[in-house]
Design a protein around this ligand. Structure first.
Ligand SMILES: *Cc1c(COP(=O)(O)O)cnc(C)c1O
Length: 382
């Protein structure tokens, strides 16, 4: 039956692996050499040449003017929100269909997420949801207010789900029209572009993650991207305990954070950045093999592909079944076989801590949650 044929196909992509992981890191470059260099030079902590190099390489790769390395993607998002002026009691528009870190970072600032829907095509923020919400917005002297809650709409945070670029140009234009800062959660989308422009560089600030399961990893790490020099300087200041430069005194001029990426982690990332292109090519090849395989099952299954103007990194390949029951049995069977398949995150508005957050209609979010699985997506061994 179809189910076992699918698992056979997945096995054929990873013949030497058992169990087969969802997205496991591969280290095929100078990782060990660079890590040894950190130890030999004792530069293992938050100051060191690899941190600077990571920032330079990421700025160059993404086209952002500035890149500030952080300890992880969640911390990057927390700082980004603070930098665009999100304050206690504000609302921040985001998609309910995301990893919990997106909503948590909003929560850290004291703001409240306002959840909007995704669109089925890209699984990213639905511009229609913003156009519906817009009827409840009002421009006032100190910002845009959501009239029903009488709260300020302080930022918009779309997310490029599983590496698939969302309709970021439409969203960026909407933000510009309203004058609401755009913060892109590009945690999953290193190597993903929209109209040739890298995801994470469309807004005032973008953030990325280099957690162990992402396309490339620092073990733990993240980055803040921006073209704004003042924001960049402030980002670095806030992530390094807001310490004023002084030959020996410890003086801090605001409540900062210990959010700087350690050199040890940056070393791991620098090694992988050297062969990011090869990784991305292998991921594209895997995605097109999946796409070809699933053609036969159309319209019962939809393998999610990048649409027009988009280049996806295919971080996690996604399959959408027409039947929620089939999805459940598919997940159960995958566990028996030792092939790691995962459902999407439970949407944020269905989690206890965000259940009471204001929101628009979330039909697509709930539908996709019930019907989608992520398939094994690691790069294949050479
Ligand atoms: C991974 C991820 C994050 C958080 O990154 P960490 O480095 O794990 O803190 C944030 N948002 C999304 C959408 C993610 O997938």
């Amino acid at each position: 039956m179809a189910m076992d044929k699918i698992f056979q196909f997945i096995r054929s992509q990873y013949p030497d692996e058992n169990p087969i992981g969802l997205h496991v890191p591969r280290f095929n470059g100078k990782e060990k050499e660079y890590l040894e260099e950190c130890i030999d030079t004792t530069m293992v902590s938050s100051v060191g040449p690899f941190v600077n190099r990571m920032e330079r390489d990421l700025a160059r790769y993404t086209g952002a003017q500035f890149a500030i390395a952080t300890v992880n993607g969640t911390a990057a998002l927390h700082i980004a929100l603070q930098l665009v002026g999100v304050k206690r009691g504000d609302l921040v528009i985001t998609q309910s269909f995301s990893f919990v870190a997106t909503a948590n970072a909003i929560h850290y600032t004291g703001a409240i997420p306002y959840f909007v829907d995704i669109e089925e095509e890209s699984l990213g923020m639905n511009i229609q949801s913003l156009l519906i919400l817009e009827t409840e917005l009002e421009k006032r002297a100190d910002g845009v207010y959501h009239v029903p809650t009488n709260k300020r709409m302080a930022a918009v945070v779309p997310m490029h789900s599983f590496g698939m670029p969302c309709e970021i140009e439409l969203i960026a234009n909407w933000c510009a029209t309203w004058g609401i800062p755009l913060v892109e959660d590009a945690a999953e989308s290193l190597g993903s572009f929209y109209k040739g422009r890298h995801t994470g560089t469309w807004g005032k600030i973008g953030v990325m993650s280099f957690n162990g399961n992402k396309t490339i990893t620092a073990g733990g790490g993240g980055v803040i991207l921006t073209d704004d020099e003042d924001l960049a300087r402030h980002a670095k200041h806030l992530t390094t305990q807001a310490k004023i430069a002084h030959p020996y005194e410890f003086i801090h001029d605001e409540a900062g954070y210990n959010y700087r990426c350690p050199n040890l982690n940056a070393a791991l990332l620098c090694a992988q950045l050297e062969y990011l292109d090869e990784i991305l090519i292998d991921k594209r090849n895997l995605a097109s093999e999946y796409a070809r395989f699933f053609e036969e099952y159309t319209p019962h299954f939809r393998f999610v592909t990048e649409g027009n103007f988009k280049l996806s990194n295919y971080w996690l390949n996604s399959l959408i079944f027409d039947s929620a029951e089939f999805k459940e049995s598919f997940l159960k069977r995958s566990m028996e076989l030792g092939i790691m398949v995962r459902p999407a995150w439970r949407p944020m508005h269905m989690l206890d801590m965000y259940r009471d957050a204001p929101r628009g209609d979330l039909f697509q979010t709930e539908w996709v949650y019930k019907h989608l699985v992520n398939l094994p997506s690691s790069t294949r061994k050479k």
